[in-house]
Design a protein around this ligand. Sequence first.
Ligand code: NAD
Ligand code: SER
Length: 336
Amino acid sequence: MVGVEVSSASCCDMPGHAGDNILVTGALGQIGTDLVSALRKTHGTETVIATDIYDRGNTDGPFMILDILEIAEINRLIRENSIGTIYNLAAILSAHGEKDPDLCERVNLGGLQNILDASKENRCRVFSPSSIAVFGPDSRPIAYQDSPTSPTTVYGKTKKKGEEMMLKYWRNEGVDTRGIRYPGLLSWKTIPTGGTTDYAVEVFHHIENSGEYTYFVEEDTKLPMMMMEDAIRATKLLMEAPQSKLSEYRTGYNVRGLSFTAKQLSDQIKRYRPQSKFTFTPDERQLIANSWPEDLEDSAAVSDWNWNSSFDLDRMVKTMLDGFSQSSSSDSSKIG
Ligand code: NAD
Ligand code: SER
């Protein structure tokens, strides 16, 4: 469990919303694992319906199978469960998306469209994340909130288009849509798969288990990252913010956590695990990393909803090492 609470204060402030319960799609993924726990801690276990396209069989609250490509199922589930807020986490991430662009477009855009149409129909609020992947090489080294969005990956293009779709549903249909351009997220509870920033989590798992890690990016690769605890807190702040505080960035706020190179990360890990061995064998994910900004500027989130990050590199590394060594890090079934 993350030690972050999500307030129910403004959970469902849209007039005529369908209900007070919360639906989370893609709930078994990296973010969903932590977000569902945080939401249940605040709103109560039975209030939060976790869904995904497969069943892991070990969820500790209501869980249902839901494919976001099935709009009739989305509508049925919303109505039968009095849903008023949807956290749409179902997606295909960057590395997976380059391998299967058709699936990436269908889920990230077709699925989002279904969620938005169902939300319009049932008066639900929607949080659906964007990503640093909306930026392209012209945003390097630092992507500002207003930097041009020229993504070169299929995933990035779906995220850019997703932000635009969500804004359109807010402006034209009055659907309360909100989103954050998450950096690469770091958590010791779930090993991410299918993304480009995955190395910054994998490294901890491998160091705790074998003392060695081979990065799939060069040692000077630098990307924006954020601890999951901060990402959940940012999500909470954005979802609680009154409408009047939100600007035209409401579906794609930049949020900064921390930025570091793979070498800086390795050096910091070595301070606590001096025997660690690191090698660097870049693969096709290097090209994706090279197309993203190294760092972010987030003054809009700071001024609109009081965003502030709380981890530096040392605190992040210590937290990740402690987390992996305390959890059963030998459970290799966590690796997807
Ligand atoms: P994840 O890959 O860990 O989880 C996604 C989940 O979606 C998986 O459990 C998968 O089974 C499910 N899914 C896939 N297709 C589906 C479908 N058709 N219907 C229902 N569920 C389906 O992803 P995540 O890291 O938890 O990311 C969640 C959101 O946050 C995504 O929109 C992603 O783009 C965004 N994001 C994540 C990061 C990160 O570092 N994790 C960074 C930026 C943005
Ligand atoms: N962490 C994600 C990825 O690497 C960024 O959206 O795909």
